[in-house]
Write a protein of this length. Sequence first.
Length: 199
Amino acid sequence: MASIAGVGRPQFPLNISSPNSTSTAATSSPLRVVSLFGLGKKKAAPPPPPPKFKSSPPPAIDELSKWYGPDRRIFLPEGLLDRADIPEYLNGEVPGDYGYDPFGLSKKPADFDKYQAYELIHARWAMLGAAGFIIPEAFNKFGAYCGPEAVWFKTGALLLDGGTLSYFGASIPINLVVAVIAEVILVGGAEYYRATNGL
């Protein structure tokens, strides 16, 4: 067993040095083991790769600089509005910042975040409304019966005249009062859920 234990030992001396002394003798101060196999040596940093293009920004960054940052497009041409007249809090960091805030609604960052969230909600409702008046017209055009005329403003007129709604050929016995109550409950429920969950 003694002969097997000596087989794996390195046959060169360990380089042990103290961080505070220049001698190589082991002392009682904290010691540091320098490396057995050169793993502790710092390698020279590789040379930086040659640039692929000379100082011109990529096209995507050049395109973004038109819309973001201090040199972005502003709501009036250069001759009509001086960039010094734009409030300093409108610095081009967010989409749609063209330097126009006549009422100072974005001065406070907390108010700006709140108004930004409200604008997203309004945009989502607008997209839902746009789909709500385009899809029934498309269904009617391609054969799915969604009422006599599936035009959004004529649907409301149909209810005002005492008629009923019709979806895909099925008559829905609903009058204007029930339609308004259903809308208030459904939309109000969605808004209540959004408000209580911080969305």
